[in-house]
Design a protein around this ligand. Structure first.
Ligand code: HAM
Length: 475
C-alpha cells in the first residue's frame, strides 16, 4: 500500500482499541452554546433590570453547602432531599451538597453575615445554577439555572405581593403570558390543624395508598398531596384543602396578598393543589404557569415561591419572616422558543475593519481598540486577506460602515470609509477617523430619533438644554 493510501485508510478507520473514549456530557447536564446566548442574555438582562428597579441587590452564594443546611430546611421527606440531592463526603470528611435550590443558602448568608442588623427587609436576587439528580426529561435537568428574589426580615403581606409582582414583571417584559396560582399553607398553628384533617381523610383511604405514602402519613402528611402515583393522585384531588383550615391571622394575611394582586391587576387563580415541593413554606405559596394555547394541557411550572417564616429559625437564627420566588431559566427560554421569539446572539456591528497587507493589519488591530474604547461596535476579520471576503463578512454583521485600509492608504496616512447602505466611499485622514466614525454614528442615531417623533425630541432638547442625540445615544 502506498503511504498516501495508507494514511487515508487510517483516517477513515482509526484504530479503536488503544484510543481513549472521547469524554461526553454527563447525563442530565447541558452545554449552553453561543447560538443560545442571545436568549440567556435577554432573560438575565431583564431580571437584572427589574431587580435594580425594585432595589434588590445581587447575592452569590457557593455551589457547595453543608448537606445539613438542606436536611434541616427542605425537609427529609421531600423528593428533592430523598431522591435528588447530590451529596458527598469531601477529603476533609465533611458532608457536602451541591445546592439543589437557592433560598437556604441565602438564609445561611443572611445569618452568617449579621444582615439582621441592616434595614429590613434585606432584598436580594440571584441568577445561579442548581443541581438535582432527577430523571432527565424535557425542561428537567440535573444542572439548571434559576433567577430568584428573596426579601428577608419583613412579615407584611405587601412584601409577598411585591415579590409576586416583580417576578410577574419579568415574564411580562419577556412577553411570556403567565397566570399565578395562589394558595396559603397557613402558619404553624393552621398547618397543624390542616395536617390533622389531612390525616383523618387519608386514614379512611389507607388501603388505596402506595407504600411511600403510607410512610409519608407517619412523617410528613403534606407530602401525600405530591405523590405521582395515579391512585394517590386521585385521592389528593378530593383531599381537604389548606385554605379551609387557616386561622384568622393566616386568612387575613392571604386575603391581603390577594387584594394587593387585585390592585396590581395581576391575574391569579386560587389553586389548593399548590403545596410546593419543599417543606419550608408557611402562609403564601404560589406558582407561575404559562398561559398555553387551547388544547395544550401541559403543566409547566415556570417558577414558584412563597413565605418561609420558619426557615431562619430552623437553621439557628431568631424567628425571621421572609418571602421569595425563583424561576427556572431553561423552562422560560423553552417558552420563548415555543413562542417563536428571536433573540439576537450579538448586536449588529457599527463598523467593520477591512485591511490589505501586514502593515495595514498592524494599524487595524490598534484602530480596533481605539474605536471600541469610544463605544463603537467594531467587527473585523483581521486574519483574512482579500477585500471581497472581508466585505462579505461586513455584510454578515450588518455593519453600517466599512473602514478599508489598503497599501495606498497606508502610504498616504488615510483610510477609506464606505457607507454600506449606498456604497459611497470617502477618503478620510487617518488621524481623524475615530472622531469621524463617532460623529457619523451619532448623526445616524439622531436622524432615526427625529424620524421617530420630532416633537418629543424637540421637547426633550428644550427641557434639558442637551441635544437629543446626547440624551439618547448610548455611545
Ligand atoms: P422550586 O419550585 O423547587 O422552588 O424551583 C423553582 C423553579 O426552578 C421551578 O418552578 C422550575 O421552573 C425550576 N426547576 C426546578 N427543578 C428543575 C430542574 N430539575 N430542571 C429545570 N428547572 C427546574 C425553589 O427552588 C425555591 N427555592 C423557590 C423559592 C425562592 N421559594 C422562596 N424563595
Amino acid at each position: 500500500m502506498s503511504k498516501e493510501v495508507k494514511d487515508t485508510a487510517e483516517q477513515a478507520a482509526p484504530k479503536r482499541s488503544n484510543q481513549p473514549k472521547t469524554p461526553t456530557l454527563v447525563r442530565g447536564m447541558k452545554d449552553i452554546l453561543p447560538s443560545e446566548q442571545g436568549y440567556w442574555r435577554l432573560v438575565e438582562e431583564t431580571v437584572r433590570q427589574v431587580a435594580m428597579e425594585y432595589r434588590y441587590e445581587q447575592i452569590e452564594t457557593p455551589v457547595l453547602e453543608p448537606a445539613a443546611l438542606f436536611n434541616r430546611t427542605i425537609g427529609k421527606e421531600t423528593d428533592v432531599l430523598e431522591k435528588e440531592m447530590y451529596t458527598f463526603t469531601d477529603r476533609s470528611n465533611e458532608s457536602l451538597a451541591l445546592r439543589p435550590e437557592g433560598t437556604a443558602g441565602v438564609a445561611r448568608a443572611y445569618l452568617e453575615h449579621g444582615m439582621l442588623n441592616q434595614p429590613q427587609p434585606v432584598k436580594v436576587f440571584y441568577i445561579e445554577s442548581f443541581f438535582r439528580h432527577d430523571r432527565p426529561q424535557a425542561g428537567r435537568y440535573r444542572q439548571f439555572f434559576q433567577f430568584g428574589f428573596e426579601a428577608i426580615g419583613d412579615a407584611h403581606p405587601v412584601v409577598d405581593a411585591q415579590i409576586i409582582s416583580m417576578t410577574y414583571e419579568v415574564f411580562r417584559r419577556l412577553q411570556v403570558p403567565v397566570n399565578v396560582h395562589m394558595n396559603s399553607l397557613g402558619d404553624k398553628e393552621s398547618r397543624a390543624a390542616y395536617e390533622k384533617a389531612l390525616l383523618d381523610y387519608y386514614k379512611s383511604h389507607k388501603s388505596e395508598l402506595c407504600e411511600d405514602c403510607l410512610r409519608r402519613m407517619q412523617k410528613n402528611p403534606l407530602r401525600l398531596l405530591d405523590c405521582k402515583q395515579t391512585g394517590c393522585r386521585t385521592l389528593a384531588e378530593t383531599a381537604p384543602q389548606t385554605v379551609d383550615h387557616l386561622n384568622t391571622e393566616s386568612r387575613e394575611h392571604f386575603v391581603s396578598v390577594l387584594e394587593y394582586l387585585d390592585e396590581l391587576e395581576i391575574p391569579y387563580t386560587l389553586d389548593p393543589r399548590i403545596v410546593r415541593g419543599l417543606d419550608y413554606y408557611s402562609k403564601t405559596a404560589f406558582e407561575f404557569l404559562p398561559v398555553l394555547s387551547e388544547g395544550d394541557d401541559r403543566v409547566i411550572e415556570l417558577g414558584g415561591g412563597g413565605r418561609y417564616d420558619g426557615l431562619i429559625e430552623q437553621i439557628g437564627g431568631r424567628a425571621t419572616p421572609a418571602v421569595g420566588a425563583a424561576c427556572g431559566i431553561e423552562r422560560l427560554i423553552n417558552r420563548l422558543h415555543e413562542q417563536g421569539v428571536q433573540a439576537q446572539a450579538l448586536p449588529d456591528a457599527d463598523v467593520f475593519l477591512a485591511q490589505l497587507g501586514d502593515p495595514a493589519r498592524k494599524l487595524s488591530i490598534k484602530l480596533f481598540g481605539e474605536l471600541s474604547a469610544q463605544g463603537v461596535r467594531v467587527a473585523e476579520s483581521l486574519s483574512k486577506d482579500g477585500i471581497k471576503p472581508q466585505l462579505e463578512a461586513a455584510n454578515r454583521v450588518n455593519a453600517k460602515y466599512t473602514l478599508i485600509l489598503g497599501q495606498k492608504e497606508m502610504m498616504d496616512g488615510t483610510i477609506l470609509i464606505r457607507d454600506m447602505e449606498n456604497g459611497i466611499q470617502e477618503v478620510v485622514d487617518m488621524q481623524k477617523i475615530v472622531n469621524e466614525v463617532v460623529k457619523r454614528l451619532q448623526r445616524g442615531k439622531s436622524q432615526q430619533l427625529q424620524a421617530a417623533d420630532p416633537e418629543v425630541v424637540a421637547k426633550m432638547e428644550e427641557e434639558s438644554g442637551v441635544s437629543e442625540a446626547q440624551q439618547k445615544l448610548d455611545l
